[in-house]
Design a protein around this ligand. Structure first.
Ligand SMILES: Nc1ncnc2c1ncn2[C@@H]1O[C@H](COP(=O)(O)OP(=O)(O)O)[C@@H](O)[C@H]1O
Ligand SMILES: [Mg+2]
Length: 508
């Protein structure tokens, strides 16, 4: 049995191209160190899952992946929900446990740091990640607000109206101001162009925006908006950047979190060119606590997420979801994940046992293991592994003793963190406060000007409507790159639309 296992597994886990070293194989809970487990770099855009109960080794597995991807020039984004990933920026230090593990699996261990950027929503400890309301777009905005079709079409109208008139929607304040405007001064004129709409709809939209603000979304909307290209960079040593996105500030707002993630993926999708199958991915996303992404998402949002996951692969982008049990992930998403790293699950209740049975059924059949039993008995830092070989065929399930990360397993101290952030060009750029004139100021001023000019709002003067006057040419010049970018807005509108402006050179 042991010989057969060693022969089969060695064969199955041998690849031509570069790979990610995960650890060594086990059979009957015994290490077989000569059988190394790795997965081809080339297939990482086929997405994956890291699952397991708390404390079983998910985060360390993530770290093992991210540091090897980076070392091979692949940029990574880590969604750090609990704030426990910062250590990846510093070299690890040897300790007896690491020593024992690495000796047992017969793999080298060399401490090394990584090329890391910190990003945050709040802007406290890293570059501030923001998007303008314009970029967020009517489709996603309606989804996050939970609007019905009628209200959604009113939102679409508002965006169109702002486009036509060069009104920048930077933050939620702008959006509220525009809605107020179309409810009052601008109503007649807008209805002439777009048809009638009910103020009940705009009232509801306004109320939901305020709710969203109360959820803390205000800090996310505005400038400078983050250029997704900045997530893909290689340093002088050829290491891909690891962007650690601290989302602790929004993890208790699951709906905002899922929409935020979707917006990010959608924007990346729209920005990155089609590349087909590359030798290695361009960018890898690790989404910790992924159940948050799916829990609160309504079916419309889920559908879009599904679509993005399906399509983003051909842009050279891979997603790895990290969650406790695979059943946290919707079936339609789970079916698209080529790689699975399953750490131990705990069976306390009948419900747990059922969940484990279901989880076990997701893995390829194996003659070597009693999967649903062994899943509950895996040691810390051990996992069932299956992935795709270079031909896209699933590799056999293998009980693996995972290798230890070579970067630090503990978090950074506050000083270490702020020292890294203070040296970051990206943080300096995105944390600079800029205050462009946007819809709310423009409307306010222009309405005042128009009123001083005399004619009541619906009347015309010198062949020009008040509205036309309000949005006279001066506005358009200030719009700059946002006009180009705003075309990408809205998930559905995003597909297939090329965008132009870019602050610095593109990294591709
Ligand atoms: N691959 C590994 N190498 C070394 N130690 C590990 C490994 N995986 C897990 N551990 C140990 O187990 C602890 C818990 O792992 P962690 O990845 O934080 O679990 P989870 O994310 O599943 O809650 C770590 O702090 C570490 O001590
Ligand atoms: Mg963890």
């Amino acid at each position: 049995m042991k010989e057969k296992f060693a022969a089969q597994l060695t064969e199955a886990y041998q690849f031509k191209g570069p790979s990610i070293q995960l650890g060594a194989a086990m059979l009957d809970k015994e290490l077989i160190p000569q059988v190394k487990v790795s997965l081809p770099l080339k297939m990482m855009n086929r997405h994956g899952l890291i699952a397991g109960a708390t404390g079983t080794g998910k985060t360390k597995s993530l770290q093992v992946f991210a540091e090897q991807l980076s070392a091979q020039g692949v940029s990574c984004v880590l969604l750090d929900i609990k704030g426990d990933l910062s250590g990846i920026a510093m070299p690890g230090s040897m300790n007896p446990k690491i020593d024992e593990r690495q000796k047992a699996i017969q793999m080298d261990w060399n401490p090394r740091e990584n090329f890391v950027e910190f990003l945050t929503i709040s802007g406290k400890e890293g570059a501030k990640l923001r998007a303008t309301v314009s970029e967020f777009g009517p489709v996603l905005l309606s989804k996050i607000l939970g609007l019905n079709d009628t209200q959604e079409s009113v939102v679409a109208m508002i965006f169109k109206f702002c486009d036509d008139n060069g009104l920048l929607l930077l933050d939620l304040e702008d959006l509220k101001r525009v809605i107020q405007f179309i409810n009052e001064e601008g109503k007649d004129e807008i209805e002439k162009e777009f048809g009638t709409f009910s103020t009940t709809s705009t009232g509801t939209i306004l109320r939901k925006i305020i709710e969203l603000e109360q959820q803390g979304a205000t800090i996310f909307f505005g400038e400078r908006s983050f250029e997704m290209d900045d997530l893909v960079r290689v340093d002088k040593k050829g290491r891909g950047v690891i962007s650690i996105l601290r989302v602790a500030d929004i993890q208790d707002k699951p709906k905002f979190f899922s929409t935020f993630m979707l917006q990010m993926l959608a924007e990346i999708y729209s920005k990155f060119p089609e590349v087909g199958d590359l030798d290695k991915p361009k960018l890898m996303f690790f989404i910790d606590e992924a159940h948050l992404l799916f829990e609160e998402a309504n079916s419309a949002l889920l559908n879009q997420l599904d679509t993005v996951i399906k399509l983003i692969r051909s842009k050279g982008i891979g997603l790895i979801f990290i969650t406790q049990n695979p059943i946290d992930i919707p079936d339609s998403v789970l079916a698209q994940l080529g790689m699975k790293i399953q750490h131990a699950l705990r069976a306390f209740t009948a419900k747990d046992r059922k969940a484990i049975k279901m989880a076990a059924e997701n893995y390829p059949e194996t003659a070597f293991y009693e999967v649903s039993q062994l899943i509950t008995e895996l040691g810390i830092g051990e996992a069932f592994v299956t992935g795709l070989n270079e031909k896209g065929i699933p590799t056999p399930l293998v009980h693996t003793m995972m290798r230890a990360p070579e970067s630090r397993m503990d978090i950074l101290t506050d000083n270490e963190l702020s020292s890294i952030v203070s040296k970051s060009e990206i943080a300096a750029y995105y944390n600079e406060i800029i205050n462009r004139e946007s819809a709310s100021e423009i409307l306010k001023r222009k309405i005042e000007d128009a009123k001083e000019d005399g004619p009541p709002v619906q009347e015309k003067k010198e062949g020009k409507s008040t509205l036309q006057k309000i949005f006279d040419s001066t506005v358009t010049r200030q719009v700059g790159r946002t006009v180009a970018r705003e075309l990408t807005r809205g998930l559905l509108g995003m597909f297939g639309i090329k965008t132009t402006a870019r602050r610095t050179k593109s990294w591709f």
